[in-house]
Design a protein around this ligand. Structure first.
Ligand SMILES: [Fe+2]
Ligand SMILES: [Fe+2]
Length: 405
């Protein structure tokens, strides 16, 4: 016969496995662990190499005092070496739970000690503690769950054996969920990192910097958000816009890097970068690459139908194409290129306004201009330094051994 606590545990296990965002998952684990043990506060540390990383904490007392947002600002992530002197480190090394009725009564000659620094700093009194190792399916430690001050009414009481048992079962479910979420995050970040690096490779051939695509990505996301697109669609535009010029990989150097004006024939070849990009990105099931294909194909279309390659007009142009078109042109005008210095803000804005309705979508330009403060913040954050312009070209000065690391 299952106790209510263990029935609850089964339901939580199912809920945990459906959360793939690591921060949300850790928060959910803590909330549930607090409920299972009537704990006032709690923290989760994750093991990374030989360090413990303090990832998240919840505290009813602090939330009441400062609210959730401020509490989270105060208790930011930090790391510490895994040693037996700290309670969390001791649990991580021994893989054994600690149930401490009162931290003040930990004998001096014990290997671990309670560190009261945070209590003193933030006027909190830690009394009882339940600290549980989080073990994955291979019994390997991946983190430590630390619960503080079990409450019975307003009174702080020790954690019970039942609390320890239930939290131990719970933490192994939580460990599996954390491991899955981390794997998903790793895959996601490797995937997006690859997108940026490949896109940067295409831009370098064109003598543009890697910052160009970062700025365009951010500008596009700001426009999407302020246009009222959903968070998910805005994110998709962010991740698909860096590939707008990926097709330039297929344009011969003689044309791509030709100083001065292109002949009409050369221009026609150059314009093919939109189609080549879309070809590179076709036949995919991934949403982000589908959007990237649309962006690559349509980022040079113009509202009046004079763009390329399809000469689409008005709303025939997909919204992501229109957004990236504006972000890309703005960036070209407002940043240094090898053939020009950045234009003044007034000149940039007046050129954009000249394109209102014929080159750019009126509503999108309107939203862009009213978001100019956000745009400027990004422009400064990812501004180009001199060395960014020849990062790949300057092979002679690179210590090739560095690349082995
Ligand atoms: Fe382009
Ligand atoms: Fe571009």
């Amino acid at each position: 016969m299952l106790t209510d606590g263990f029935k609850e545990l089964l339901n939580i296990g199912i809920a945990l496995s459906s959360v793939h965002d690591l921060d949300k998952l850790l928060d959910m684990i803590l909330t549930e662990a607090q409920k299972l043990t009537s704990a006032d506060s709690g923290s989760i540390y994750l093991v990374e190499g030989d360090k413990l990383i303090f990832k998240t904490s919840r505290s009813n007392t602090y939330f009441k005092r400062w609210g959730e947002k401020k509490t989270r600002e105060i208790f930011k992530s930090f790391e510490m070496p895994i040693t037996k002197q700290s309670i969390a480190g001791y649990v991580a090394l021994t893989c054994q739970p600690l149930n401490i009725p009162d931290v003040q009564t930990i004998p001096q000659d014990f290997e671990f000690h309670y560190n009261p620094t945070l209590d003193k700093k933030y006027d909190y009194k830690t009394v009882s503690m339940l600290v549980i190792p989080m073990l994955n399916r291979d019994e390997k430690i991946i983190g430590v769950l630390q619960l503080i001050n079990s409450l019975s009414g307003n009174k702080i009481v020790p954690f019970t054996d039942e609390h320890q048992k239930i939290t131990t079962s719970f933490s192994s479910q939580a460990a599996v969920a954390i491991q899955n979420a981390k794997l998903t995050e790793d895959l996601k970040s490797a995937h997006f990192d690859t997108i940026f690096r490949l896109s940067a490779a295409a831009e370098y051939r064109d003598k543009e910097t890697g910052n160009h695509i970062k700025r365009v990505s951010h500008y596009s996301k700001i426009i999407a958000e302020n246009l009222g697109l959903s968070q998910q669609d805005s994110e998709l535009i962010f991740w698909s816009s860096p590939m707008h010029d990926i097709g330039k990989l297929g344009i011969p150097d003689a044309i791509l890097q030709k100083p001065g004006k292109l002949t009409p024939e050369e221009r026609a070849v150059m314009e093919q970068h939109t189609v080549i990009g879309a070809m590179v990105l076709k036949d995919t099931t991934a949403d982000v690459l589908k959007k990237s294909r649309i962006v690559a194909l349509t980022h040079h279309e113009k509202m009046d139908g004079t763009g390329y390659p399809l000469k689409l007009k008005g709303n025939e142009i997909p919204i992501e194409g229109k957004i990236v078109a504006l972000a890309d042109v703005y960036d070209a005008l407002s940043s240094k290129r090898c053939y020009k210095e950045p234009f003044s803000d007034e000149k940039v804005i007046s050129i954009l306004k000249e394109g209102n309705g014929n080159h750019f979508d009126e509503k999108i330009l309107d939203v862009f201009l009213s978001s100019i403060n956000e745009i400027n913040t990004i422009r400064e954050k990812y501004s180009d330094k001199e060395e960014d312009f020849d990062k790949f070209a300057d092979f002679k000065n690179i210590n090739i051994l560095e690349l082995l690391k």
